[in-house]
Design a binder for this molecule. Structure first.
Ligand SMILES: [Zn+2]
Length: 564
């Protein structure tokens, strides 16, 4: 019994319908309490969970359809309706979580669902407290303002009219003048609007600090961690990790940057040279969509772990949309459809190495969704984000031996570039995180003081960086281009934590591919049933917060990149 996703529809609920269903579920729980019937109470919670899955399938389907065809008025309306309804549905869900946290049947619930969910719900209840409801609405407005401002950017460059992300392709142009020119027009555009970007961030920081104060926190940092549902680590652990990146990875990056300049024949590397590693251009896959899907089929057959059967199902049910076309939204993502019990992946193939990278990445997320679909609660279908990205980035490394399928003779060059870019990302990732900690520790700082914080941290984490004549980033405002700093506070470190784990999978797979693949599959099966460090340990990996977590990876990377 399989569904063709192209035909899949989920009827949109009205708020009244959802509220009525919640009233029914609450009545069911009331009755169980009155009868002192723990089993009936637990069954009531399971019924609520089944209903949450229905709502998830609806919102995921609405989002997928909209991304597939942004010009379709019906899809657009459905998305707007979903955006409007979602905060109200969150309120209902949070109220239910609050009830369950203080109910008399915690032991019975824990027996069926495990203890972890109480900690997850505690985070949600704190992060969505009614006293900050209006502030959350204001926050989401400011976030949209930022997104719209950046999306409004248009550049006349090389005879084309480009958005900021389209301009991005020129960062890899072999002609240095063109790279510099692209960096300069972007810098000028941001400089012209720097008061807007300063004001928006000032307002966001003040608002978040106020919310934290209302909830009894000293500043926004602990509240931000709750938003991220961080249960088994805190600020001190994150500090330890950042220090390890600074001490072990930054020196390697200096070497990589030095060699990059040498390869490009440059005396000195400027900011506009950083994205290009080889004048020959990046490796490209040898074919297009249908060819790539056939190669992927061969790859998953060779990889094992059940990925071949899973991929066959994805194809059969049309759960992938990977081709670029007019009207389709940009980017790549994976959505879970818990009622359908399958995930969906979205990408925009454009003939670059990114096709293979994004595809493998999203397939990692998808395989986890599929593998953990038997988890008893919606809350466990995905783990927290730093663990999620292990599945995706991990698969990017575990598929290394099969890259010949896509890149032929260029596969070795692809692997080196993938590793180089991964290593170079780590210091930038922790820089973004460190900056945000300083910002929220000192919410009264002026824009100038904040820019100085960023410059001081750049000197620590990206000491090679030189913006030359680019006035906007040279004034300490490079961070204004990082969406996460505005819209997703404290999220960014998660990529580096996951990458640290994915790199360990790469090192381990070199010596014992089968056992590593088994651990990877087992990790995917667990979904979000445990917090981050527990999942990592069970997969045979060192916690990124443990001393020495990067030593082996760095040593192995040096060897691989001929820098040992
Ligand atoms: Zn991802």
């Amino acid at each position: 019994m399989t569904t063709d996703f192209r035909e899949y529809t989920v009827e949109a609920p009205t708020y009244d319908e959802v509220a009525a269903r919640y009233a029914e579920l609450n009545a069911q729980l009331d009755a169980a309490e009155a009868a002192e019937d723990a089993t009936a109470f637990v069954d009531g919670v399971a019924a609520w969970d089944a209903y949450r899955r229905e709502l998830s399938d609806w919102s995921a389907t609405v989002s997928i359809r909209f991304h597939q065809d942004t010009a379709n008025e019906e899809y657009k309306k459905a998305r707007e309706y979903c955006d409007e309804l979602s905060p109200k549905l969150t309120d209902l869900a949070v109220a239910m979580k609050r009830r369950l946290l203080s109910c008399g049947y915690r032991a019975a619930l824990a027996e069926r669902f495990g203890e972890l969910v109480f900690e997850l719900w505690s985070c949600d209840v704190a992060a969505f407290d009614p006293v900050i409801e209006q502030d959350l609405v204001a926050e989401s407005k400011l976030n949209s303002e930022y997104t719209e401002l950046v999306a409004s950017a248009r550049f006349e460059f090389q005879g084309e009219t480009l958005t900021l992300s389209q301009l991005g392709k020129y960062a890899e142009n072999p002609d240095r003048e063109i790279r510099h020119g692209a960096a300069r027009v972007a810098s000028e555009w941001f400089a012209d609007r720097q008061t807007d970007f300063d004001r928006l961030y000032q307002e966001l920081v003040t608002l978040r600090h106020t919310m934290a104060g209302k909830l009894g926190y000293e500043n926004f940092i602990p509240l931000g961690y709750k938003h991220m549902q961080r249960i088994d680590y805190g600020q001190a652990d994150v500090e330890t990790f950042r220090a390890q990146v600074r001490d072990e990875v930054v020196p390697l990056c200096l070497e990589l940057r030095r060699r990059q300049a040498e390869n490009l024949g440059l005396e000195k590397l400027y900011a506009w040279d950083e994205a290009i590693h080889d004048l020959a251009g990046n490796p490209k896959p040898d074919g297009e969509h249908d060819w790539l899907v056939d190669r992927a089929t061969e790859m998953f057959e060779a990889l094992g772990g059940g990925m071949d059967d899973f991929f066959a199902e994805m194809k059969q049910q049309h759960l992938m949309d990977l081709k670029s076309r007019e009207g389709k939204a940009s980017g790549g993502f994976c959505h879970n459809l818990p009622v359908l019990r399958m995930p969906f992946i979205f990408a925009n193939f454009n003939g670059t190495k990114g096709d293979v990278e994004v595809f493998t990445h999203e397939m990692g997320h998808a395989f986890q969704c599929y593998s953990s679909r038997e988890q008893p609660l919606t809350d466990y279908l995905w783990p927290t984000t730093e663990a999620c990205e292990i599945h995706s980035m991990g698969l990017e490394f575990l598929t290394w031996p099969h890259m010949e399928l896509f890149f032929g003779d260029d596969a070795a060059r692809f692997r080196r570039l993938h590793l180089t870019e991964s290593i170079l990302f780590l210091p930038y990732g922790v820089l973004v995180d460190h900056f945000q900690h300083q910002v929220y520790e000192k919410p009264e700082a002026t824009p100038e003081e904040r820019n100085q914080m960023w410059l001081d941290l750049e000197a620590v984490y990206v000491p090679w960086r030189d913006y030359g004549d680019l006035a906007h980033p040279a004034s300490g405002r490079r961070w204004q281009r990082q969406l996460h700093i505005y819209g997703m506070p404290f999220y960014y470190i998660d990529y580096t934590l996951a990458l640290t784990c994915a790199l360990q999978l790469w090192v381990r797979a070199e010596t014992d591919r089968e056992a590593t693949m088994r651990d990877y599959v087992a990790l995917c099966h667990r979904g979000g049933e445990a917090p981050f460090q527990e999942l990592v340990a069970a997969a045979g990996l060192k916690s990124p917060f443990a001393p020495g977590c990067l030593s082996e990876v760095v040593a192995r990377a040096k060897q691989e990149l001929d820098l040992a």
